[in-house]
Design a protein. Sequence first.
Length: 454
Amino acid sequence: MSELIIAAEMPPTSTILVVDDTPTNIQVLFDLLDKSGYQVAIAKSGEAALKCLQRHIPDLILLDVMMPGGIDGFETCQQIKAMPGTGDIPIIFMTALSDPVNRIKGLHLGAVDYITKPIQHEEVLARMNVHLQLHHLKKNLEQQVAARTAALHQALEDLKNTQVQLVHGEKMSSLGQLVAGIAHEINNPVNFIYGNLKPAQDYIHDLLALVDLLRAENPQLSAQVKERIEEIDLDFLRADLPRLLQSMTVGTQRIRDLVLSLRNFSRLDESETKAVDIHEGLESTLLILHNRFKAKAGTVEFTVEKDYGDLPLVECYPSQLNQVFMNILSNSLDALDEAIAHHLIPPDHPPQIRIQTKRIGGDRICIVIADNGPGIDEAIQGKIFDAFFTTKPINKGTGLGLSISYQIIVDKHHGQLRCYSTPGQGTTMEIELPILIPSNHETLLAPTQVHSVL
Ligand SMILES: Nc1ncnc2c1ncn2[C@@H]1O[C@H](COP(=O)(O)OP(=O)(O)OP(=O)(O)O)[C@@H](O)[C@H]1O
Ligand SMILES: [Mg+2]
């Protein structure tokens, strides 16, 4: 409360605008106010008062009601109340009329008080003082409310951001840990198999060679051996066994590649920036999403068209960037799923995701991920980067994918993330990244507030 009272103290000198057409009245008021330490401005008509207000805003207006020859006090009051910037200047009417109807009319038009002529000096000063005090208190309160509202607004924004960071952190680390954990678990046994395949191949080769030798040295086989040879179809077995081992080697090799991709995707060990091959990140992400490339409804397969340019290594936080690819590709897959489910894609127009990478200028690269899904309604295009904005059912989307991606690209990598979408035709997301993250963050412009260019 004390804050309020101190702040509401009257300014050193208040300016009073006196509007009256009678020179004697003006003189009396001028002397009184001047003597009491006020600054006084004079206007001899309603029109002059309105003009004066365009140049200077007084703290209070003393306004005569009866001003013959132009607009009267009531009309002047109405116009002052309607003008921008002057509506809340306290107005006190001065009237010789003892008629209560006119007094009430003045108050209805927005005046704060009235005084009757001939004026009583003490009364005028006392009433003016009360209204000046009230006016300053009101202004001060408004400022405080505005400041508190702004602070609350900021607090809400901060809270939202923190919440996004928390969920993001949680999502990232749990996904990363899961992937890294699985990769680790698979890695050991698969290496075990992979490591034993070659000796197994050699042993089998030796055993078969021995069988051949034995058969060559003993052409007369016993009936029992002959029967057994037929039973196991030895010739087929000999021919098939190396092929079988070969396909086991290929299969194991595939699992090893997959494990490598999973590790590459999670890259938990890399919290610092690293120069990486962007295509590797895209490929690992596609591999992880592989099983989603078959539409849920029906047997349609989504195709991926790649148009990879010649890119240099790009400095980035690799696992976070992979997270962005994952979020954007997942959105496209969701969109294509929806298009298929609602028969929005014509049969001669297969559902497709197109990934293009290119270098732009000497120091930036661009990754474009586009789909021919249903697109995004114009009405919500401006909201898709907002935290928790989703059009997906509960339990399906949290509405965080794009806002997290925006933070990662714009705030962490000083890049840009843009969305172009035409309803009915598809959506294109464009990621622009500097090849080197600028080290002096302060010299950078603040991240743009315009999330999407549509
Ligand atoms: N490729 C796209 N096609 C159509 N709509 C899209 C596409 N990408 C994003 N959207 C729209 O933007 C919204 C926000 O996307 P965002 O990735 O932030 O959240 P989400 O996918 O709904 O949920 P989450 O990613 O957290 O699981 C989506 O709900 C969807 O309406
Ligand atoms: Mg999403």
